[in-house]
Ligand binder design. Structure first.
Ligand SMILES: [Zn+2]
Ligand SMILES: [Zn+2]
Length: 146
């Protein structure tokens, strides 16, 4: 997806298609999320948008993210009790650094759940791999060597 595909116009069309009213906060949040594959908690996204949109409340960001997740434009999952919103809606796993909280996408080796779920209509799933990122692995090695 091209970065400049997500204009105010394409986002408005998309929101309307899903029965959501077009509001300035929704446009701003969609622009930030959909133009790139990224992961945000509601708090992180609010912090990022606050300088540009000082009237946007944390609660608005939180509610909007949940609405976007409910209509499948983004996905959400939990890490350590925090809800993470993900703009990459393709099936993929995640690697999470337990030391610095870095989170990256991993290709998933299966598009389907590992067991046959019969009549269920499963839409998305992600496995979370925990460990150390290259930087933290490096400093762990350095510390233990000295
Ligand atoms: Zn790390
Ligand atoms: Zn992801």
């Amino acid at each position: 997806m091209q970065k400049n595909f997500w204009t105010e116009e394409t986002i408005s069309t998309l929101l309307r298609k899903h029965g959501l009213r077009v509001t300035a906060p929704r446009i701003a949040i969609c622009k930030q999320l959909l133009a790139q594959h990224c992961h945000y908690s509601a708090q992180q996204l609010h912090e990022e948008l606050a300088p540009l949109h000082p009237t946007m409340s944390p609660n608005t960001v939180y509610l909007t993210l949940n609405q976007l997740a409910a209509i499948g434009l983004i996905r959400s999952f939990n890490i350590d009790g925090n809800t993470i919103f993900d703009s990459n809606t393709a099936t993929h796993d995640h690697a999470h650094c337990r030391n610095c909280n870095t989170l990256v996408d991993l290709p998933s080796n299966s598009e389907m759940p590992p067991v046959n779920m019969g009549e269920w209509a499963l839409e998305w799933g992600t496995r979370l791999w925990s460990g150390l990122c290259p930087d933290c692995k490096q400093s762990a090695n350095t510390t233990s060597a000295s």
